[in-house]
Each structure stands twice: as C-alpha cells, then as structure tokens.
Design a protein around this ligand. Structure first.
Ligand code: HEC
Ligand code: HEC
Length: 353
C-alpha cells in the first residue's frame, strides 16, 4: 500500500514535471526570436530592407500569394507558372507563356538568390524585389488583361479583399485590412528572399573540403577564373558583378532587344543585359535573355567563338581558343554550382478562403 501510494505520487510528480517542461518549452518557443532562415554555406547574411523586415507570417503570406493563381485576371497564372520550384524556379522554356497562352519576349530568370541583388529583370528596370513583384500582376501578357497598370493592380487587390482569409492575414502582418498592392509586393518579396542556393560542391571546396570537386571541376574552376575570363563578369559568391553587359546575344537579329538601353537611353547600353547568377545553372536551361542557347555546351561554344559581333560588344568577349577538354571542364565546373536552400519549398496545399 505504502509502496503503491508513493508509486502513484512519483507518477503524479513526473507527470507534473512533464507538463511543466512542455509549458516551459512553449513559452520558450514563443519568446524565441523568429529570425529568417540562415543562408546555406557560401552565402552571406541577407540585408533585409528597413522598410520591409522579415517576419515568418509575412514570408508565409508571400508564399501563398506567390503560388495563388487568383493573382491573375482569369485565375490561370501564378508566379509559380513561370518560376516553378520543380524547375529551379524557372519554366525551362525559351520565353514564358502568360494568360491566354500569350508569349512574352524574354526568358524567365530564376527567383533563386534574388535576395542578393537590388536591380531586377534582365534590363534592371525594377529597383527592388518589392517593385519587381508587382510588375507581372500588371503585365498584359503575364497575369492581367488590363492595359493600365494602376487599374490592373486595383482589380487584383479588390479581388483579394473579397477573400476573408487574405484580409485576416494582411491585417496580422501589416496591421491593416485596407491593404494595397505595395503590401502584396512586400509579402512576395519577403518570401522570395528565402529562396536560396548555397552549400554546393563549389562552396564546400572553398570551405576547405578539397574532395568536394572532381579533377575536371577543379580544372574548370581554374579556366573560369583564368583563360576563359568568365569571372571577369560572373564574380563573387553569387557569380555576378551585377553589371549590364553586351555579350552579343540576339544582336544578329534584324530588330534586336536593346535591353538596358530601353531603361537608360545611354548609347553604350544598347544590347546590354544583366550578368545573371550561375548558381543552379545546370537546372535553368535554356539560357540567355531570349532562351536562345539550349545547353551549357552551346553557351561555352558561344563564348569560345567570341560572341556575335556588334558595335557595342563588350571588349572582354573575344575568341577563347578553348580545347575540347577545356570546354568540357568548364561545363563540369558549372555543374558544381548546384546546391541547396530551395528544394524544400513547395506549393501550399490550401489557399486562404
Ligand atoms: C508569364 C510568365 C511569368 C509570370 C506569371 C511571372 N513572371 Fe517573373 N519573370 C518572367 C520573365 C519572362 C521575366 C524576365 C522579364 C524581363 O527581364 O524583362 C521575369 C522576371 C522576374 C524576376 C527578376 C529576376 C531577375 O533575375 O532579375 C523576378 C524576381 C520574378 N520574375 C518574380 C516573379 C513574381 C514574384 C511573379 C508573380 C507576382 C512573377 N515573376 C510572375 C516571367 C513571369
Ligand atoms: C563580359 C561579361 C561576361 C563574361 C566575360 C562572361 N559572361 Fe556569361 N553572361 C554575361 C551576360 C551579360 C549574360 C546575359 C546575356 C544575355 O542574356 O543577353 C551572361 C549569361 C551567361 C549564362 C546564361 C545564364 C542564364 O541564366 O541564362 C551562362 C551559363 C554564362 N553566362 C556562363 C559564362 C561562362 C562559362 C563564361 C566564361 C566562358 C562567361 N559566362 C563569361 C556576361 C559575361
């Protein structure tokens, strides 16, 4: 009897401890600063804009909006239609197809690691991710069929305001149920800044693991930084110096896309496009602003022959005289830039009602 009572008391005591521990855990979870995800190896910390800091609820709202086809006029197209996580956040097409099957003039770049750039689009016409995110919503070949951008934005915001689940979420994240297209842009941009790629074989090699790259990839890295001059433009941790350069793509066409020139109207910007990141490049074919090169081998051949001659061709683009082995090594090296930090992102199972 004595034993039983004390046994019971011990059980009660232990239960009490457990209950206390889980209450303490809960309290701890609540008080724990919910910081943004830590970037994978090889990537620096993200600079969150002062006027749009990270919060988990905002990133989650952005994710819902990113995948929601109701952001288009006919409920058929979402951001993920052209920047699909299963295709490394591109659409693997030379040019993208928007509402009503309309085709745009440029290839969809990846959303991965956009957190590290200020200027967005091939021509840099958006000054931030926040500004970029609201662009497609008002683009008559992408998500809405309304020509006037202000009216297109107003129509989509009015549509979202009819969905109580969204109104509640916007109120929680931004403190107002009377949200605007700018709030939509801020939420989507916050989500986009969590789409990262690092910890690739290249990053592990740089961090001291000399077995992370194959012999061919190590030779490719040397070529990339040396004879092939790739690192002249594709430099730094994100493999871009963020400049706009004419490497001749499309300049052999009768009416070429003039790229950066359309934004700046500076003569020297004719045919210049943003130097894109090369992270995950193995997974984002076809290549270049017009999707004209289908494989990494074609890209190397293009550089090897010195690009398409035109009056504004960058002087660093010259014939490289690479051997067949060197071309292969460069391709192998680019495959060492596939990493992680984005594969876990999937479309939500349920959307706000
Ligand atoms: C119909 C296809 C399509 C849809 C829908 C679409 N995009 Fe894009 N996206 C593109 C294309 C094409 C470009 C390149 C356009 C250019 O540079 O002029 C682009 C460019 C971008 C860029 C710039 C990347 C860079 O490297 O500069 C980001 C970021 C982006 N889109 C995010 C989004 C978001 C967020 C949405 C949803 C609100 C969205 N896109 C909807 C096709 C699409
Ligand atoms: C003078 C600057 C410069 C040099 C040097 C350079 N690139 Fe590029 N690279 C660019 C620009 C700009 C683009 C985009 C051009 C366009 O779409 O019109 C680009 C695009 C690419 C792309 C396609 C990316 C995508 O997402 O579509 C790959 C791959 C690439 N470069 C690899 C290389 C390699 C490999 C080398 C060395 C052999 C190299 N680059 C040398 C500026 C440069």
């Amino acid at each position: 009897m004595r034993f039983r009572t004390s046994g019971l008391m011990v059980a009660v005591f232990i239960l009490g401890l457990l209950a206390n521990a889980s209450a303490a855990q809960k309290a701890q979870k609540k008080n724990k600063p919910k910081g943004p995800p830590k970037p994978p190896l090889g990537l620096p910390a993200i600079e969150w804009p002062k006027d749009n800091p990270y919060s988990p609820a905002k990133a989650q709202l952005g994710r819902l909006l990113y995948f929601d086809t109701r952001l288009s006029s006919d409920d058929t197209v979402s951001c993920a239609t052209c920047h699909d996580p299963s295709m490394a956040f591109t659409d693997n097409a030379p040019v993208s197809t928007g509402i009503g099957g309309q085709k745009g003039g440029r290839s969809a770049p990846t959303v991965i690691n956009r957190a590290y750039s200020t200027l967005q689009f091939w021509d840099g016409r958006a000054a931030s991710l926040e500004e970029q995110a609201i662009g497609p919503i008002a683009n008559p070949v992408e998500m809405t069929n309304i020509k006037d951008p202000d009216k297109a934005h107003a129509a989509i915001v009015a549509k979202l305001k009819k969905i109580p689940g969204y109104v509640r979420r916007f109120k929680r994240v931004f403190g107002t149920a009377d949200f605007t297209i700018e709030h939509v842009g801020k939420a989507i941009a916050t989500f986009e800044r969590t789409v990262l790629s690092g910890n690739s074989p290249y990053d592990r090699y740089k961090a001291g693991d000399k077995s992370a790259l194959t012999a061919a990839q190590i030779r490719g890295l040397k070529l990339f930084e040396g004879k092939a001059k790739c690192a002249e433009c594709h430099s730094g941790f994100n493999f871009t110096d963020e400049s706009f350069v004419n490497i001749g793509i499309g300049m052999d066409k009768p009416n070429p896309d003039l790229g950066r020139y359309v934004v700046t109207k500076e003569e020297e910007d004719k045919g210049a496009f943003k130097v894109p990141t090369l992270r995950e490049i193995e997974h984002t074919a076809p290549y270049m602003h017009d999707g004209s090169l289908k494989t990494l081998e074609e890209v190397i051949d293009y550089y090897d022959r010195g690009g398409n001659k035109n009056p504004h061709l960058d002087e660093r683009i010259t014939p490289l005289n690479l051997t067949e082995q060197e071309k292969k090594d460069l391709v192998e090296f680019m495959k060492a830039l596939s990493g992680e930090g984005w594969q876990h992102i999937k479309a939500p199972k349920k959307f706000p009602k």
